[in-house]
Design a protein around this ligand. Structure first.
Ligand SMILES: Cc1cc2nc3c(=O)[nH]c(=O)nc-3n(C[C@H](O)[C@H](O)[C@H](O)COP(=O)(O)OP(=O)(O)OC[C@H]3O[C@@H](n4cnc5c(N)ncnc54)[C@H](O)[C@@H]3O)c2cc1C
Length: 270
């Protein structure tokens, strides 16, 4: 079916594409029968106003299976849901992730992290559909994890995580602390999370010191609360957001000689 990608991203930006909703493992081979782009929850992407020429596979694979302190989770599950289910079973190790709105697959590929935790630390193995159409199991050491990235080539189908038994109230308390810290430091509104990877004193520090808090390109604005967030607050286009990203890169480089590294992924033609 043809659809508007904006409906599938947290920035609420993006033009048209052919969309395939992948809601069952049985449909994997037909989903990937042609060249395509994968979207989980679309919380770390900026999609072109012109849309995406390839088919977009929207990952809605669900399922969480517990075996003692191991959990095998389908890649389309949301991190907040996974965290809640782990807390119910007194399993600790993912409390840092409870407020990240992405999917498990996106978190694995991006090695999402926060408050000193990262996805890689909990990974035992990852099931991947390779570009050749083979299903392989990668052990943690074969995933090439580094700060906010991995070397996984293909579609993440599921992940097996190793957690530790704790006390339900302790897990819930840590999750509450994380949620409080998040709402104290991060803005609400339509965003794709942090625009740039942290380096040195933190990307937000340099952006703020370059005087860019509140800077605007069209409908896109740099958050006053956290300078590493770009907010779509008045019908921003992808070009508005990209123009603001490029201005930020130029101004931070001019002021500090630092080349910011983009964390958000650009999809489609710009
Ligand atoms: C309010 C807010 C707060 C955030 N806070 C954090 C934070 O604290 N820490 C953090 O690390 N991130 C944070 N993020 C960013 C984002 O939520 C994470 O990076 C998340 O893990 C991305 O998951 P996703 O499903 O949304 O990925 P998407 O945005 O859908 O995709 C991101 C990339 O991963 C690829 N991808 C997605 N799923 C798969 C799959 N199954 N197999 C292969 N490739 C795949 C996509 O093709 C794309 O290149 C935040 C975002 C928002 C909006």
């Amino acid at each position: 079916m043809c659809g508007i990608i904006a409906d599938y991203t947290s920035l609420k930006i993006g033009g048209r594409a052919e969309i395939f909703i992948l809601d069952s493992e049985d449909k994997i081979s037909s989903a990937f029968a042609e060249k395509c782009v994968v979207l989980g929850k679309g919380t770390n992407v900026l999609v072109s106003d012109k849309g995406i020429a390839e088919r977009v596979v929207i990952n809605r694979l669900r399922g969480i299976f517990f075996d003692k302190n191991f959990v095998t989770v389908a890649s389309g599950e949301s991190l907040p849901n996974l965290c809640r289910e782990c807390a119910k079973r007194s399993l600790s190790g993912l409390e840092w992730a409870c407020g990240i709105p992405g999917s498990v697959g996106g978190a694995v590929i991006m090695n999402a992290g926060a408050f000193g935790g990262q996805t890689a630390d909990a990974i035992e193995e990852v099931k991947v559909l390779t570009p050749d159409g083979d299903e392989v199991i990668l052990r943690q050491s074969e995933c090439g994890f580094s700060y906010r990235s991995s070397q996984i080539n293909g579609f993440v189908i599921s992940a097996k995580l190793k957690l530790t038994f704790s006390d339900e109230q302790c897990v819930l308390e840590k999750m509450r602390e994380t949620a409080k810290a998040r709402s104290r430091t991060q803005p609400t509104g339509k965003s794709a999370g942090c625009t740039f990877k942290n380096q040195g004193l933190g990307a937000g520090y340099y952006i703020e010191r370059a005087g860019l808090k509140g800077a605007r390109c069209g409908g896109a604005r740099i958050s006053e609360k956290h300078a590493n967030f770009i907010i779509n607050d008045s019908g921003a286009s992808a070009s508005d957001v990209l123009a603001l990203i490029e201005k930020t890169e130029r101004d931070v480089y001019a002021r500090f000689g630092i080349k910011l590294q983009r964390e958000i992924k650009l999809l489609g033609e710009f």
